[in-house]
Design a protein around this ligand. Structure first.
Ligand code: GLP
Length: 258
């Protein structure tokens, strides 16, 4: 795992976007196409905004996959991640294709159909070339809240959201109160995220400092789902100074500071 410390959210976003764009260009030059997994949430605001400005990426050769979505929200709901992705990414670049996870259909069916599309996309290569992910305040990875299932090989799961995760969504202003936050979500599984060839995990903000510290320095455990990222061979964790504030000196000394 490589840790990169940015001074602020803007620097974090622009650095991750630059790296992801370069990786996509390299893969397209080699294979003729590339696949990108896209997370949502506040951690991706600056990343996606900067990524859309990378005109050197042949976006029409990029297929996008959606990381997670609430069960029961229509794609026009203000908190819908389909809406988030349309407005912040998909409508801003001309992709070959984007596989949305719709939250308002039969969620089990959506999970299994999107999983099939993902696997048929791979054809001998990892289904995801570049993954953009974040870490929740409770240490979740996508919507895999603790204790996360590290074992299942199903590509997408229907999962129950815990109270900490639902509170975070209210705190970020996506919902008016906790009762309004859906109880279930469709999420890419931990196993499937870990199959991605290259992962950029973007984590800004002081409220994530404890989750970052536990993910980087604590045991690898389903109780801290993002701790598994450390076992990935091509993972870059990008934090801002606030999110890095609880990391020990020895870890910071090994990090790249932008
Ligand atoms: C959110 C989203 C994920 C995101 C993660 C961190 O709730 N469902 O797509 O990667 O959890 O998000 P945030 O940046 O809002 O903390």
């Amino acid at each position: 795992m490589q840790i990169v410390v940015a001074r602020n959210r803007a620097e974090l976003g622009s650095w991750v976007a630059g790296q992801a764009a370069a990786e996509l260009c390299k893969i397209i030059a080699e294979h003729g196409d590339a696949s990108l997994l896209v997370a949502t949430g506040s951690s991706q605001f600056e990343v996606l905004d900067a990524l859309c400005r990378h005109d050197e990426v042949p976006w029409d050769q990029v297929t996008g996959f959606h990381l997670d979505e609430y069960v029961g929200l229509s794609p026009d709901h203000p908190a819908s991640f389909c809406r988030y992705l349309r407005e912040r990414f998909v409508d801003r670049v001309t992709l070959k294709r984007f596989h949305f996870l719709r939250g308002d259909g039969d969620s089990t069916m959506t999970a299994s159909e999107t999983g099939e599309r993902l696997h048929s996309h791979g054809q001998g290569r990892p289904p995801i070339d570049v993954a953009l992910v974040g870490i929740g305040e409770n240490g979740h990875l996508a919507f895999n809240d603790p204790p996360a299932d590290f074992e299942t090989k199903e590509p997408y799961l229907v999962v129950r959201l815990d109270a900490a995760c639902r509170r975070q969504q209210v705190g970020e202003g996506w919902f008016s109160d906790i009762a309004a936050v859906p109880e279930f979500a469709i999420s890419m599984s931990i196993h499937q995220i870990m199959q991605s060839a290259r992962i950029f995990c973007s984590v800004p903000d002081e409220r994530k400092a404890e989750a970052v510290q536990r993910s980087v320095e604590g045991p690898v455990t389903p109780l801290v789902p993002a701790s598994i990222l450390r076992t990935h061979g091509a993972l870059t964790l990008v934090v801002d100074l606030a999110a890095a504030s609880m990391l020990s000196r020895v870890i910071i000394d090994q990090a790249i500071e932008l």
